[in-house]
Design a protein. Structure first.
Length: 92
């Protein structure tokens, strides 16, 4: 497919960004899991997309997303996978 060759170059800036901070020695291995900060950012983006339609305003959507990111990882993942739980948190 013509669109396929475009994918890898798009991925590189984020990949290089997370290894460029020198925090991990084996920066060359593509299989390493993302750093906690990177993981939070990914969760944050996913959550924001889910929260925004439920929230009264984009500002509140950001605020709610930030609060959800403070939760322990297991609860965070629950909110990403369970819309009802997420809706309950947003309306709180």
């Amino acid at each position: 497919a013509p669109g396929m060759p475009m994918m890898p170059p798009m991925m590189y800036p984020t990949g290089c960004g997370c290894t460029g901070d020198g925090s991990n020695g084996n920066a060359g291995s593509p299989m390493e899991p993302p750093s906690p900060e990177m993981q939070r950012q990914i969760y944050g983006e996913q959550l924001y997309v889910l929260v925004q339609p439920m929230a009264p305003s984009p500002f509140l959507a950001q605020k709610i997303t930030g609060m959800l990111l403070e939760l322990p990882q297991n609860e965070l993942v629950l909110n990403l996978t369970n819309r009802d739980e997420l809706q309950r948190r947003v309306t709180e």
